[in-house]
Write a protein that binds this ligand. Structure first.
Ligand SMILES: Cc1ncc(COP(=O)(O)O)c(C=O)c1O
Length: 451
């Protein structure tokens, strides 16, 4: 692992960062690349490892924001992409591969009978919203506080739950997420309290005949890897059905990760529409919206020549992404890799719990399957508020110090495990976490959280 503790702040990377700052705000292409004091500039990746410019390896717990479920440069994905590249079918061109990928999604995701492809999760969520609006003739949407559904206007509301502006839990404030939204957009997006069926019911019933859809992550991802409670999801299904509201699962993180059929297979509670992304491209850009045939049919020009829902895109079903997606899903299935990554997830969650309890630190380990998070708080973490109220500085500092010892995290956020992570990787990482926590204990950082 990285031996030079200053790898991230000196040397050739700093020269690159100076150059980057001259041409990109913060020197990065996107928010997700930001790191303090500068991004980790990479020279390559393989399996569970990424490599910095000096060739130092890091165990990668970000794995392409969760998209690389098989790890980096999996030979079957590389072969699939090379095959598509050599075949040369252009974007917008039609080839059998896209049918194969569509068949795989319909085969594995229990509620999906028809799919359409888009390049990103953002666009697939937006497509689901358009379809649901048309199918119901209503325009309001319900989303849960803390949920991240990509960066389209309708869902850039209350993506976090900061104490200063979140309002009453009985009716969470609608807070634009680092952008200025027109009032009509905010008015159309109702914010609901996650894992709180009584209050969610009250809010939905007030506007039931105006709400087209309720979108939910079966496991709140960026808000802290917080699973929905079984009874909550079941109640939400009943409630939405009662009021003719479409239930949309955003399975961009959970699809082909918690189970082959995602959160809906795990919980056994089916939505009307599903959004998939990340894993279905194994690290290449592709996403999908899918669902019941009668609802998806709204995108059919043949069935609705005069009032179909427009859904398109220059790079929808991009051939290289489709090939990577087929390789990923077939490999996951053939080698039963979801079971494997879930077991690795248990291993790291158990290890983190043990590390904290041995040191008498109040902490909550959340997550399910192959995602995990560590919240430094005495409170049980069951929604975005309780996650937000944990000590954000401590987890960010822990990740920052872990980086210097060779573990790469989306700082302060959840970790993802891929099929390339070994038991030894997990054991090694837990040792690093233990050492970093001990160092921070010695500095008094955990005094307020120790018994
Ligand atoms: C749950 C969820 N939905 C949607 C998105 C948006 O996907 P994309 O970044 O591909 O636009 C993300 C991205 O992280 C996500 O985590």
């Amino acid at each position: 692992m990285a031996t030079n503790p200053e790898t991230v702040s000196t040397g050739p990377s700093t020269d690159l960062h100076k150059r980057a700052l001259r041409v990109m705000p913060d020197g990065v292409a996107a928010y997700a690349q930001r790191l303090t004091p500068e991004p980790l500039y990479l020279s390559g990746a393989e399996g569970s490892r990424i490599y910095d410019l000096a060739g130092e390896p890091y165990i990668d717990y970000m794995v392409g924001a969760g998209s690389l479920v098989l790890g980096h440069r999996h030979p079957k994905i590389v072969a699939g992409v090379e095959r598509a590249l050599q075949a040369g079918v252009p974007n917008i061109g039609v080839a059998e591969d896209q049918i194969v990928l569509a068949e795989l999604l319909c085969q594995y995701v229990p509620s999906v009978e028809r799919v359409r492809f888009l390049p990103t999760g953002t666009e697939a969520v937006q497509a689901a919203i358009r379809i649901a609006r048309k199918a119901t003739g209503r325009t309001m949407i319900g989303k849960f506080e803390g949920a991240y559904h990509g960066q389209s206007e309708n869902v850039m509301v209350s993506v976090n739950a900061q104490a200063r502006d979140r309002g009453d839990v009985a009716a969470p404030s609608r807070v634009p997420y680092h952008c200025l939204l027109p009032d009509p957009v905010i008015d159309q997006t109702m914010v609901l309290p996650f894992n709180d069926l009584a209050r969610t019911t009250e809010l939905i019933e007030r506007f039931a005949d105006q709400i087209a859809l309720v979108v939910i992550e079966p496991v709140l991802g960026f808000a802290g890897a917080i699973p929905a409670e079984q009874s909550f999801l079941e109640g939400l299904r009943t409630l939405t059905t009662q009021h003719g509201i479409l239930l949309v699962y955003d399975e961009v993180i959970t699809g082909f990760r918690l189970a082959m059929g995602g959160g809906q297979e795990l919980y056994g509670v089916l939505p009307d529409l599903t959004v998939l992304g990340k894993a279905i491209g194994g690290g290449m850009p592709i996403a999908a919206v899918g669902g019941r045939q009668d609802i998806m049919e709204w995108t059919s020009v043949n069935s609705h020549p005069d009032d179909y829902v427009f859904q398109s895109g220059t790079f929808s079903a991009f051939p290289m992404s489709v090939a990577a997606g087929i390789a990923t899903i077939q490999t996951l299935a053939e080698e039963r890799l979801v079971d494997y990554t879930n077991a690795m997830g248990e291993l790291i969650r158990d290890g983190l719990r043990r590390l904290c309890s041995e040191r008498r630190i109040a902490a909550q380990v959340t997550g399910i399957g192959s995602i995990f998070h560590l919240h430094f708080t005495r409170e049980e973490v069951h929604n975005a508020r309780t996650a937000e109220d944990a000590d954000q500085n401590l987890i960010t500092e822990l990740h920052r110090r872990a980086l210097k010892r060779g573990l790469y995290f989306y700082q302060g956020r959840l970790g993802w495990i891929s099929a390339a992570h070994s038991g030894d990787d997990i054991g090694y990482s837990l040792d690093i976490f233990g050492a970093v926590i001990d160092e921070m204990i010695a500095e008094g950082a955990f005094d307020a959280l120790r018994d």
